[in-house]
Design a binder for this molecule. Structure first.
Ligand code: SF4
Length: 365
């Protein structure tokens, strides 16, 4: 195949064989590497998206224990799955995974699809995940490209193109597609990722012990700090959330979150999203007055602490004010109009909720 980009070094001899052999001797023992079950490989791949192995591992073990088959995952309720996922973030992964499990049960006779083309049709599965599952579980020759793969290849071959762009990604895809092992494409894919995770790390790569140190362009030129070029323009939006925790004796009002896709399906409290967070209780009183609810300042507590929470594209600043209610009819009407449900404080632990809410509840109740 004609290369569209001039690499600074030619393909090393026996590249795939050397890489796979290194992997087989040096790989970390991880439970999803002990199986060829596509369901379990899929679980691990979804859990490990945007998540470190050390953080994802206990979730993987809990999911496999509670849902050992795709049918058992399909039979669970979405709430239960989200509850299990709590703390991992990016909850759309859990919702899509649950949706896909039901699709496999209903449309594929409960059998996990066996080819890249079928796997990529599953909700929440992109080209990377489909390539990983089909190569590892079914030996299909599909190269994966993730952050580790981009770094390893851009360093070995001296690719200076920005790997955050499609052009940069395509160059790396072309390299790995040309080099992928015929016999063991799954092990090859895992090997490149393992090399990026354990040897050719973002900071201070272990060039001294690297099997490609003889050939590597970056090692020969001391470009470890320079490659890969990875410039993402991420502007974080700041959200200011004023949570009002309406409290009636031993119960509080909760609702399915209104904060768009990030926390869809999870529960939080009534929230006022404004351009700032309140510093005084009188601001809460006046907001409530606008909403038709009369409250005295001494019915409000909390609001001293600002909770900060970082998401990939947003920074959240939140305050929680507890509003002690009398059992007025006006509030019941307000609760109904705003889809608020009353639950006992002891039940708060059981509902699926964003980690921000979880941390607040842990501290306050
Ligand atoms: S020699 Fe160094 S920079 Fe090159 S691939 Fe190995 S660890 Fe990465």
């Amino acid at each position: 195949m004609k290369k569209k980009y001039d690499l600074k070094i030619s393909y090393p001899l026996n590249f795939a064989e050397r890489l796979v052999s290194w992997f087989e001797t040096n790989k970390r023992a991880l439970p999803w590497r002990e199986t060829k079950d596509p369901y379990k490989i899929w679980l691990s791949e979804i859990i490990l998206q945007q998540t470190k192995v050390s953080q994802g591992l206990p979730y993987y073990l809990s999911f496999v224990e509670k849902y050992p088959t795709v049918s058992s995952l399909a039979a669970a309720s979405e709430e239960e799955v989200l509850r299990m996922w709590q703390g991992l973030g990016y909850y759309s992964r859990a919702r899509n995974m649950h949706f896909a499990a039901k699709y496999i049960r209903d449309e594929c006779e409960g059998k996990f699809p066996t080819t890249y083309e079928e796997i990529i049709k599953l909700k929440g599965v992109g080209s990377y995940t489909a390539a990983a599952i089909s190569s590892i579980a079914f030996n299909e020759k599909k190269p994966v490209v993730d952050g580790n793969v981009l770094r390893v290849f851009s360093r070995i071959f001296g690719v200076e193109e920005n790997v955050a762009t499609n052009t940069g990604k395509n160059i790396i895809y072309e390299i790995t597609n040309a080099l992928i092992s015929e016999e063991k494409p799954g092990a090859y894919n895992e090997a490149v990722m393992e090399m990026g995770a354990t040897c050719c790390t973002p900071k201070q790569p272990n060039c001294f012990n690297c099997i490609f140190s003889e050939e590597c362009f970056t090692r020969k030129n001391g470009w470890q700090e320079r490659l890969p070029v990875n410039k993402k323009e991420v502007k974080k939006k700041t959200l200011y959330l004023n949570y009002l925790v309406f409290n009636e004796s031993d119960s509080v009002y909760v609702k399915k979150t209104s904060l768009g896709n990030i926390w869809k399906g999870l529960f939080d409290f009534f929230v006022l999203e404004r351009d700032f967070i309140y510093s005084k209780k009188e601001e809460v009183v006046s907001e409530l007055e606008h909403l038709g609810i009369e409250i005295l300042e001494n019915q409000i507590s909390g609001g001293e602490k600002v909770y900060r929470h970082l998401l990939s594209h947003r920074e959240i600043n939140a305050k929680f004010f507890v509003v002690d209610l009398d059992r007025s009819k006006i509030f019941k009407k307000f609760a109904k109009e705003n889809s608020l449900s009353l639950i006992t404080i002891s039940k708060l632990q059981d509902i699926p909720k964003p980690i921000l809410i979880h941390n607040y509840i842990d501290e306050y109740f």
